[in-house]
Design a binder for this molecule. Structure first.
Ligand code: NAD
Length: 334
C-alpha cells in the first residue's frame, strides 16, 4: 500500500520535539560525522546508527568512532546487516523512525572490479531493502547516498548537472549506485514516497576512510614515505565532510517526492594541485611514485551546484585549503 505524505512544514512541526532518525552505515566515515552533527546541533532527539562493521577497511576504526559517539545522549548503535530482513523489520517496528538516512554501502571504485556481486548485494539490494522497509513501516522520507561516480567518464569541460540524461558509469560500484538511484525513483512513483538521492563528490575530512587518496597521502607524507599517484591531470571536486553533513540534513527537511542533488564544492582541482596543496599544508614535500590511470577511475568530476543551492538552500562553505588544514590538524591529534 501507499504511505501518507505529510507536507514538509506540518511534518517538521509535528516532529520538532521527537525526531527519531535511523542512519544505515552510521559507523562509517560520513555516517559517524552525521550522527555527531545531528545530536550536537540538537537536530534529532534520537539517532539510531545501524552498521554491520563490514571489513572493507579495518572495523576497529568504526568501533573507535562508535566509542566516541556512545557518550552522546540520544545515540544508539544497532549492529546488524541491513540485508537481515528479520532483524531490520524488528528494528523498524520498535523504533518507527521519522526518517531514514541510508548511507550503508561498500564504497570505493577499485574494490568493485574484484567483487561486483558483493557490491550489488549491499549497494543495490541493500537500498531496495531500505525502500521496502520504509514502505512497509510507513516511513515517508528517505535520503540515500549516491555518488558523483554515476556520471562516469565524460568531458570535464563543464560541470555535471543532475538533469544529465545519459549516465556513463565505468565501474561496478558506479553502476550499483546508479541502479540504486533508479530504485529510489521507482519507489517514489509506485508508492508516493519521498526519496532524495544525494550524489556526494569525493568527501574528505576528519575520520576519512583509510583507502581514500587524501587520507593515504597525508599519512605517507607525515611519515616521510612515498605516495603512489595515478593520473596527475585527473581532477576531483573535493568536498568537506561538514558540508556534506549539512547537505544531508537540508535534504531530510526538504523531502518532496523524487529528488536528486549533487553535493559538491563546485571547484575541481587536479591531482597534482592536490599534492601541492598537501605539501603547503603539511610543510613537507611529497615523494611521488607514478602509476598510470586505473581501470574504473574517471578522468574528472565537477559538481554543478545550482539545483542544491536553489532547492535545498545548500552550498559548500569550506574551501579545499581550509578543509585540508582542518584534516591535517585532526590527523596530528590522532
Ligand atoms: P564507509 O565505508 O566509511 O561507510 C559505510 C558504512 O556502511 C560502513 O561503516 C560499513 O560497515 C557499513 N555497511 C556496509 N555494508 C553494510 C551492511 N550490509 N549492513 C549494514 N552496514 C553496512 O563509507 P563512507 O565514505 O562513509 O560512505 C558513506 C556513503 O556515501 C556510501 O553509500 C558511499 O557509497 C557514499 N559516497 C561516499 C563518498 C566519499 O567520498 N566518501 C563519495 C560518494 C558517495
Amino acid at each position: 500500500g501507499s504511505v501518507a505524505l505529510p507536507s514538509t512544514l506540518s511534518w517538521m512541526m509535528e516532529r520538532k520535539h521527537r525526531m527519531n532518525i535511523l542512519i544505515t552505515g552510521g559507523a562509517g566515515f560520513i555516517g559517524a560525522n552525521l550522527c555527531r552533527f545531528l545530536l550536537e546541533q540538537h537536530k534529532a532527539e534520537r539517532v539510531i546508527a545501524v552498521d554491520s562493521f563490514h571489513s572493507y577497511y579495518d572495523p576497529a576504526i568504526k568501533r573507535k568512532r562508535m566509542a566516541l559517539l556512545e557518550k552522546l545522549p540520544g545515540f544508539c548503535l544497532v549492529e546488524t546487516d541491513i540485508l537481515d530482513t528479520a532483524a531490520m523489520s524488528q528494528l523498524m517496528e520498535k523504533e518507527k523512525p521519522d526518517a531514514i538516512i541510508h548511507l550503508a554501502a561498500i564504497p570505493g571504485v577499485r574494490g568493485s572490479l574484484d567483487d561486483p556481486l558483493g557490491y550489488v548485494d549491499v549497494d543495490v539490494k541493500g537500498t531496495v531493502q531500505m525502500l521496502e522497509l520504509a514502505r512497509k513501516y510507513g516511513i515517508a522520507r528517505i535520503v540515500a547516498a549516491s555518488s558523483s561516480s554515476v556520471y562516469g567518464e565524460r568531458a570535464v569541460d563543464r560541470s555535471f548537472c543532475e538533469s544529465e540524461p545519459d549516465l556513463n558509469p565505468i565501474s561496478p560500484y558506479a553502476a550499483s549506485k546508479a541502479a540504486a538511484e533508479l530504485f529510489c525513483r521507482t519507489y517514489t512513483q509506485l508508492y508516493g514516497m519521498h526519496v532524495t538521492a544525494l550524489r556526494f563528490f569525493t568527501v574528505y575530512g576528519p575520520g576519512q576512510r583509510p583507502d581514500m587518496a587524501i587520507s593515504k597521502f597525508v599519512k605517507s607524507i607525515m611519515e616521510d614515505k612515498p605516495i603512489t599517484v595515478f593520473d596527475l591531470q585527473s581532477v576531483r571536486d573535493y568536498t568537506y565532510v561538514d558540508d556534506i553533513v549539512r547537505g544531508i540534513w537540508a535534504a531530510v527537511q526538504q523531502a518532496n517526492g523524487w529528488q536528486v542533488y549533487n553535493l559538491g564544492s563546485g571547484h575541481p582541482v587536479s591531482l597534482l594541485e592536490l599534492v601541492r596543496l598537501l605539501e603547503q599544508t603539511t610543510g613537507k614535500s611529497a615523494h611521488m611514485q607514478r602509476q598510470g590511470a586505473q581501470p574504473g577511475d574517471v578522468s574528472g568530476t565537477w559538481a554543478n551546484t545550482e539545483q542544491a543551492r536553489e532547492r535545498l538552500g545548500w552550498s559548500a562553505e569550506v574551501s579545499l585549503p581550509d578543509g585540508l588544514r582542518r584534516y591535517v590538524e585532526w590527523w596530528l591529534r590522532q
